[in-house]
Every structure is written in structure tokens, then in C-alpha cells.
Write a protein that binds this ligand. Structure first.
Ligand SMILES: [Fe+2]
Length: 361
């Protein structure tokens, strides 16, 4: 693992970014362009598009997107927009199609995005077929996770996050996991506030008594890597997590990854599990948290159900905190915050924000 910096080493106390970046609507417009439209964004799991013609729709940087498995079994992604009048092409969240059809004038498109028929052009068909197609988007997979990037010149996914995808291979159980639940929650805070919260565990002893009762906080580390970070520790093996005796757990640790800019991947102790958590801005002070839970099987065991309860408890404790922060961000009494020696993960995130938004404060 390429370690850029570990917590507590050569600590330089510096200030956070100015929190007007969390309350100013004009900042989100710039972030959509410079951050969300230029980074790899997780959109789904390969199990959602197993067969040729399987598709799902999503939104990235406010753009409607369609991801589909083509006749050649390859994944493609397109702007979900008909080139005739701009109508959103596929309205459903997911489905299976042999051909894509716009509901306005009946234009149809092949699974590779090429025009099939433009009924209202008739004789002009030949001209249109060569000139018109769905606009393609970069799509790549990391393991079974599907990402898109609206930036045509972006670095490939595999080299955008150092050795992250290789390090996931350590967890042999991940390959066999299925997406079993997706929960969505609207959070009344700027998207960056939840990332800040996730990237440090200074608040854990105060906010998460259940979490610190099961994890060995003396061994807790936060390691900064290339465009991502990882934090975690080992469990206290003399403790239980719900009905699960931790000394008998298949995985006796907690690994909490963050990938620039808004993706979190967590692996909790216990039976094979993974959560993929996205923070998607709705507006500058509202965020949609999307929690995709992966387990071995749709029929959850008691231990798996207890683990979900545990994760949701921690999440609720965090949401309450970031919503309280957002109130303070608006106060004239607050401009920049401060980093503690163990908040190196947040410092890394803020430095990236500063660099991308060209902020010198
Ligand atoms: Fe927390």
C-alpha cells in the first residue's frame, strides 16, 4: 500500500477550508462541474446488468445517465437523452430492452447507442443513422462495482485510486456478495459535512458508544493513500455485536474506505458484508445518502440483521451530528474549523477540495 501520510506523524495544525463552501449555493454549481463531472462516480453493481439488454438509469452531476449491457456483453453508458428533442429516454430505474425507444416521437436506438429508426424522418433515415447516436460516457468496473466518469480525458479507474482495487482482493468474500438492500436518507447538511464526519473517529468515543465498545480504539488508524483513505481497527474479541460473538466472526476487523470525492465503502466485522455509501448533493444544504448493502444472500441471518441494526445506529448518530453542524456553518461566528492531530483524513479531503476549487483560504 502506498502510504502518503499517517495520523500523528509530522502534524502541522492548519485550518479547515472556509465553511462558506458548505452554505453557498454558487459553490455547489462549481463543485458539480469541477468535482462530480470530473471524477469516477459509483453507479451500480454488475449483478444489476447481468444479461445483454439489462439496463439501469441514474444521475451523475445532475445529468441523466443510462448504463446498459450490449449485445457483445460489454457495458456501455450513455447520457439518457434523446438527440432529437432532448427528452429523457428511459424513464424506469431499471429493466431489460432489446431496443431503446424514446416516448416522444418514437425514435429507437440499438444497445450500442446507434440510431435504429427515426420514424418522423422517413426518407432522411439514412442521413440520420450516420450522424445521430446517443452520447457515450466512460464506464469502467472495479471488481463488481460500476463507475462512470463524464470527463472523457479522465485517468482510467484502475489507476485513479492507487492500489485500492488491489487491496480489496484481500477480502475473498467480497466476490460472492449480492446487493440485498438499498436505503436512501435525506440529510439536512452539505454533502462535504458527512464526508468530514466519516473521515475521523475523534468523535467516536462521544457519539458512538456501541462502536467503541466493540472496536479496539487503541489500534485505530487512519491512513491517507492516493485519492482515497482507509481507517479501521480490530474488534475486541471478548465482545458481542448483537447475536454475533466477535471471537467467532469471519472478519474480525472494521475497514472503512473513502474514495474521492463522495464514496465510502465499509466492511464491518462479522459475516461477509460490504456497504457502499454515496453522498449525492440535492442542493447546497441537502444531501441524499444512498446506502447499498451487500451480503451473501437476500435471506439475512440473525447475525446479519443485527449487523444492519448496528450500522444504522452508527449512521443515525452521525446524521444527527452533521445536521447540527450545518446550523453552525451558517453562523457569522464560524468561519474555518481546526484539525486535530488525528484528523489527518479530513485534512487530506480539504486539501483536495482546496486544490480542485482553487481556494487559498
Ligand atoms: Fe461517526
Amino acid at each position: 500500500m502506498l502510504i502518503l501520510k499517517e495520523g500523528n506523524t509530522a502534524f502541522t495544525p492548519i485550518r479547515t477550508v472556509p465553511y462558506r463552501l458548505y452554505t453557498d449555493p454558487s459553490v455547489l454549481a462549481v463543485e458539480q462541474e469541477k468535482i462530480f463531472a470530473r471524477s469516477w462516480q459509483y453507479v451500480g453493481h454488475t449483478s444489476q446488468v447481468q444479461k445483454s439488454g439489462d439496463y439501469f438509469t441514474c444521475e451523475v452531476a445532475g445529468e441523466p445517465i443510462l448504463v446498459i449491457r450490449g449485445k457483445d456483453e460489454e457495458l456501455s453508458a450513455f447520457y439518457n437523452v434523446c438527440p432529437h428533442r432532448g427528452t429523457k429516454l428511459e424513464k424506469n430505474e431499471a429493466g431489460h430492452k432489446k431496443i431503446l425507444q424514446c416516448g416522444y416521437h418514437g425514435w429507437t436506438f440499438n444497445l450500442d447507442g446507434s440510431l435504429h429508426k427515426a420514424p418522423n424522418f422517413k426518407e432522411a433515415d439514412e442521413f440520420c443513422a450516420g450522424e445521430v447516436c446517443l452520447s457515450p460516457i466512460r464506464v469502467e468496473t472495479g471488481g463488481s462495482l460500476i463507475f462512470v466518469n463524464l470527463d472523457e480525458s479522465a485517468q482510467p479507474l484502475a489507476s485513479s485510486y492507487g492500489d485500492f482495487f488491489d487491496s480489496l482482493k484481500e477480502f475473498a468474500f467480497l466476490e460472492g456478495l449480492k446487493k440485498v438492500k438499498v436505503r436512501k436518507r435525506e440529510i439536512k447538511a452539505n454533502w462535504k459535512a458527512f464526508i468530514d464526519n466519516y473521515l475521523e473517529c475523534d468523535h467516536c468515543p462521544i457519539a458512538h458508544p456501541g462502536f467503541v465498545a466493540t472496536m479496539d480504539m487503541n489500534q485505530y488508524t487512519i491512513v491517507e493513500c492516493e485519492n482515497y483513505s482507509v481507517q479501521g481497527s480490530k474488534v475486541k474479541t471478548d465482545q458481542k455485536l448483537g447475536s454475533l460473538e466477535l471471537d467467532k466472526a469471519e472478519f474480525q476487523g472494521g475497514q472503512f474506505y473513502w474514495l474521492w470525492p463522495n464514496l465510502m465503502i465499509t466492511i464491518y466485522p462479522g459475516p461477509g458484508n460490504m456497504s457502499v455509501i454515496q453522498m449525492i448533493p440535492i442542493d447546497h444544504e441537502t444531501t441524499l445518502g444512498v446506502y447499498s448493502l451487500f451480503f451473501r444472500d437476500e435471506n439475512l441471518t440473525q447475525e446479519e440483521q443485527d449487523l444492519i441494526k448496528f450500522m444504522e445506529q452508527v449512521r443515525d448518530e452521525d446524521v444527527e451530528l452533521v445536521e447540527l453542524e450545518q446550523i453552525g456553518f451558517r453562523s457569522r461566528a464560524f468561519k474555518n474549523g481546526m484539525f486535530s492531530p488525528t484528523e489527518n483524513g479530513v485534512r487530506q479531503f480539504h486539501n483536495m477540495i482546496r486544490r480542485v476549487l482553487e481556494i487559498e483560504e
